[in-house]
Design a protein around this ligand. Structure first.
Ligand code: GLN
Length: 275
């Protein structure tokens, strides 16, 4: 069997199993096992593959058909144009989280050396993307999981922004040594009952019975963590906007609060501006 035939076989296996995006995924899997980029794969189509090679590919295909996310199998996922190492200790970055990035870039554009905190950094996708796009910024990346911080730190080195980011191990905003201009957080916001069966770390998804317990704890601990004129941006799930706006308002009564929708029209970010 050659690479072209292996690719066709993987695609057929994924299509038969009703896996979405079979075309793209079969190419990513074959490229992963062969170590080739898209152009390299095309040029190597006629190259024969060994039995061990195709057995390894088959193992990866089966893992995905059984429900393991492709990002964990490949060990990486793209976010805002950068590639991030991911493993089962961290949430897989989602495209909807890019809305937070857009908003922070807009807000930070007016500041000389913006200080930014990413609470619950996970793979570091938010903190590192911001560091890469805001070279003058000073960033704190906090997580309660030391395994996640190891992944985030490797990602920071990989993208050449390690010197701009201070990694802090601890609970929510508590480890921040000073108030910041912008605090962002994609905290767990899924109801406990809806987390069962997910391959992703429940620590990164499970927001308690109502999904909002951790966001609420963050809001309650914001005192002294945001500079005057600063902002808080919180990613939220479907139907959570009113409750989260109320939590933020209760914690910081003077805040001006708005929501921002994602491309699907779902209110995805709660933005609080502090005075
Ligand atoms: N967007 C993720 C999901 O719905 C949840 C991420 C989170 O809890 N922060 O699976």
């Amino acid at each position: 069997m050659n690479l072209k035939e292996a690719l066709a076989q993987v695609r057929a296996r994924l299509v038969d199993a009703a896996v979405e995006e079979a075309e793209l995924k079969s190419e990513l899997l074959v490229r992963h096992v062969s170590g080739l980029d898209a152009a390299g794969l095309f040029l190597a189509f006629e190259r024969d593959i060994s039995a061990a090679w195709s057995a390894h590919l088959e193992t990866l295909v089966s893992r995905h058909i059984q429900g393991e996310p492709l990002a964990y199998i490949l060990g990486r996922r793209e976010f805002y144009g950068l590639e991030f190492e991911v493993n089962p200790f961290v949430l897989i970055p989602r495209p909807e989280t890019e809305h937070i990035i857009e908003k922070v870039l807009q807000l930070a554009g007016n500041l000389n050396t913006p200080s930014i905190a990413d609470i619950g950094t996970g793979s570091g996708a938010i903190a590192i993307t911001l560091a890469a796009n805001l070279p003058g910024s000073e960033i704190y990346a906090v997580d309660i999981s030391s395994e996640a911080l190891e992944v985030a730190s490797r990602n920071a080195f990989r993208h050449g922004v390690a010197s701009q980011i201070i990694f802090l191990h601890g609970d929510l905003a508590q480890p921040l040594p000073k108030a910041v201009d912008i605090l962002v957080a994609n905290l767990p916001y899924v109801k406990s009952a809806d987390c069962a069966g997910s391959c992703e770390p429940h620590m990164a998804l499970d927001g308690g019975a109502n999904g909002l317990e951790i966001i609420e704890r963050l809001c309650e601990g914001l005192d002294g963590k945001i500079c005057p004129g600063g902002s808080v941006l919180l990613e939220i799930g479907l139907g959570q906007a009113q409750a989260v706006m109320a939590m933020l308002k209760r914690a910081v009564p003077s805040a001006h609060i708005e929501t921002m929708a994602d491309l699907a029209g779902i209110e995805r970010v709660v933005w609080g501006k502090f005075f």
